[in-house]
Design a protein around this ligand. Structure first.
Ligand code: SAM
Length: 221
């Protein structure tokens, strides 16, 4: 079973390379290494290497592998970086980022559903990623000021506009990636660079579909 999973993972990564979603060795190596099935429910593990979002619990989903690849590539991650993620889910994307930034970096990831936060923590512990990933239960639209500023911030849930606290918690020279919009037909992935204290540049990376970011600086419950 394990051999089949590994073969399926290698095949999927090859497909993502061919399609141009993966463009760097660091993202390729990380996605080849992290076992996506360990971040899914027992009922859905067999679908781990389909390039699709798959239901988790509480109406939430694990992001599609091509979306994780896009996020990691567009963030231009480097070893040793300090990262903030909004929307942990079961912890898969955080594990991939953790693999890329290495033990000298750290991922702080916030989840608003306590049950998911607890499952993510167990998954990350079992797979050995909890050393450089901290899972926080709370409203990620407020960011996590305690460990700011961050080199990179990314959200895997879609907000009405980029939450102000996240912009403020980004290092100058840092980069933030977040989907914006609620309706599935009008969401866009934005990339924001902080080029000065109050100076930001925004790029639109195109249409995406994510669950809503619910919170003080996101959508109302
Ligand atoms: N990063 C996940 C992965 O690796 O597959 C994807 C998670 S799912 C697409 C988005 C998650 O964002 C959900 O678990 C949801 O509960 C969470 N979420 C939504 N609004 C949030 C908020 N304000 N703060 C923290 N988490 C939030």
């Amino acid at each position: 079973m394990m051999m089949i999973m590994m073969k399926n993972r290698t095949d999927l990564v090859l497909k993502l390379l061919e399609m141009g979603y993966i463009t760097s060795d660091i993202v390729k190596d990380a996605m080849e290494k992290v076992p996506r099935e360990e971040f899914m429910t027992p009922e859905t593990k067999n679908y781990a290497y389909l390039d699709r979002p798959i239901p988790l619990e509480e109406g939430q989903t694990i992001s599609a592998p091509h979306m994780v690849a896009i996020i990691c590539e567009k963030l231009a991650l480097e070893r040793g970086m300090q990262i903030l993620e909004i929307g942990t889910g079961f912890g898969y994307n955080a594990a991939v980022v953790s693999e890329i930034i290495g033990p000298e970096g750290h991922v702080y990831t916030i989840e608003r559903i306590e049950k998911l936060k607890n499952i993510a923590e167990q998954n990350l512990k079992r797979t050995g990623y909890l050393d450089n990933v901290t899972v926080i239960y709370g409203d990620g639209t407020n960011g996590y000021k305690e460990k700011s500023p961050y080199d990179r911030i990314y959200a895997t849930a879609s907000a009405p506009k980029i939450p102000e606290p996240l912009k403020k918690q980004l290092k100058i020279g840092g980069r933030l990636l977040t989907p914006i919009g609620r309706d599935t037909s009008v969401q866009e992935l934005l990339c924001l660079s902080r080029v000065g204290h109050d100076d930001y540049k925004t790029y639109n990376l195109g249409g995406v579909v994510f669950v809503p970011m619910i919170g003080k600086h996101g959508w109302p419950e």
